[in-house]
Write a protein that binds this ligand. Structure first.
Ligand code: AMP
Ligand code: TRP
Length: 330
């Protein structure tokens, strides 16, 4: 089974990214033929600084390796190193419905955040994402809940292409975790944890120092009750229950049982904070060892890109041929 996912090299990676996506990437290495891409071409669709983009690219690479991605057991590469992605994105744009793109939540949110300029690249973002996945004949795409709509669109693109030009692409499925698919901001638990537009205190970063992690959880916004249960009117507590279940590798039900007689939130919040701090500490330590060696990171990415190109170039050649563009034997 082929597994593929992409992650943006923007901002600082947070607990939502880790629980919703990165954790699944690591586990994917044992379940199938896993390919992970750091999507720098997606990162340039909004305002950014070129030098900072490179730094963040190394940060993201080092975080993924620190989390447990093993270049011997998966392919890890940088999107812009494999030109097949951009070429396929253009081909696929012509089997993408304009109307579908106008309905994308992520486009609406991100375009509203841009003060001066909304790029056509941001609008086309889901087409490039479809190219990322379809180029590898991917079966399964591990992502957080917020990417569901993008996966739906790429399924439609693959189906339309196959119907119009003949069977070429595998129609991929999303893999969204049952618990932790949507980690919420600790300060405004009705909003998802995110790199943009959130408060520093509400966002737990993978590289936060342990004390800082504990402090953020102690300050988490909860309701005025005392019961530790998941309920729609308790978004803050529900979020903390899910987080603790994931980092302790147990279920939300078991967490609720354990804290049934807690009689208040203070001890619970502190426990969640310490559990998350312990969970992230080894990642932070390995990151510190890996991050300074940029030449080493480049070597890993270059090896990954070579392997990725070997796979994607076959699919893109086939797509070109089917569409009748370029020379007949090209
Ligand atoms: P990004 O950093 O935007 O490239 O996101 C990388 C991955 O993290 C994607 O699969 C997202 O669905 C996932 N993700 C982002 N925010 C959250 C969140 N708050 N909870 C769970 N997963 C998330
Ligand atoms: N759009 C995804 C995000 O914001 C990142 C991404 C790019 C991706 N290409 C992908 C995710 C391919 C899964 C598969 O998180």
């Amino acid at each position: 089974m082929r597994i593929f996912s992409g992650i943006q090299p923007t901002g600082r990676k947070h607990l939502g990214n880790y629980i919703g996506a990165i954790r699944q990437y690591v586990e994917g290495q044992d379940r199938g033929d896993a390919i992970y891409c750091i999507v720098d071409l997606h990162a340039i669709t909004v305002a950014y600084d070129p030098a900072e983009l490179r730094d963040r690219l190394y940060d993201t690479t080092a975080i993924l390796l620190a989390a447990g991605l093993d270049p011997q057991r998966c392919i890890l590469f940088r999107q812009a190193d494999v030109k097949e992605h951009t070429e396929l994105a253009w081909l696929l744009a012509n089997v993408t419905a304009y109307g579908d793109l106008t309905r994308m939540h992520q486009f609406k949110e991100k375009s509203a955040e841009q003060r001066e300029f909304v790029s056509a690249g941001l609008f086309q973002y889901p087409v490039l994402q479809a190219a990322d996945v379809l180029a590898y004949r991917t079966d399964e795409v591990p992502v957080g809940e917020d990417q569901k709509q993008h996966i739906e669109v790429m399924r439609g693109i693959a189906e339309r292409f196959n119907a119009r030009f003949g069977e070429t692409f595998v129609v991929p499925s999303h893999r969204i975790p049952e618990v932790g698919a949507r980690i919420m901001d600790l300060q405004s638990p009705e909003r998802k944890m995110s790199t943009t537009g959130a408060t520093e205190l509400g966002t737990v970063f993978v590289l936060d120092e342990p004390d800082r992690v504990v402090k953020k959880f102690k300050s988490a916004v909860t309701d005025s009750g005392t019961e530790i249960v998941r309920r729609p009117d308790k978004p803050g507590i529900s979020n903390l229950i899910e987080i603790l279940a994931v980092v302790r590798d147990t279920t939300p039900d078991a967490v609720e049982k354990e804290y049934a007689d807690a009689g208040g939130y203070a001890g619970f919040k502190e426990d969640v904070g310490r559990a998350v701090a312990d969970y992230l500490a080894p990642v932070r330590e390995r990151f510190a060892e890996l991050r300074p060696n940029e030449a080493g990171l480049e070597r890993i990415l270059a090896t990954g890109a070579e392997k990725a190109r070997a796979i994607s170039s076959e699919t893109v050649t086939l797509a070109r041929r089917r569409m009748g563009v370029g020379p007949p034997d090209g």
